[in-house]
Ligand binder design. Sequence first.
Ligand SMILES: [Zn+2]
Ligand SMILES: [Zn+2]
Ligand SMILES: [Zn+2]
Length: 145
Amino acid sequence: MSRSEVCHELTTPAIRERKLTAVDYRCEFRPIIGEWDRKTGYPLGERCTATKGLQVHHRNYNHLGAECDEDLEVLCRRHHLVRHIVNSVCEVCGATLYSEDATLDLIEEHSDTPGLPTLDQIGLGPPGSDYPLLCWDCSDNLWGR
Ligand SMILES: [Zn+2]
Ligand SMILES: [Zn+2]
Ligand SMILES: [Zn+2]
């Protein structure tokens, strides 16, 4: 089972159903379309129209098994993958590895994979695997240039 499937399975069917109903059985993803602005926050584009293959993503794990709607986000498979890539951080310093734009490019690079690539195929497998996830700086410090 992939990490995003684990994420989906973490909550109860009843809570999943409640959340799906609350968002009209449609992916909630809205792309960031501009630079971050302190006053307005991220300007967001049109909401994704996908209604098939929806998964329930955890924004946080604070209320496992008793999640409120705010803890969860309904996403199509592609956008669920986007969320998990964007959430990847350097295992040493905690820096964000991929912006949303970089993530969408990364998935595009693997577009020859049938369906969607897994996090392992992208090289973002579970923490502590053979190749730790590192930002460029930490990777330089650890392995040299
Ligand atoms: Zn998830
Ligand atoms: Zn979507
Ligand atoms: Zn780092």
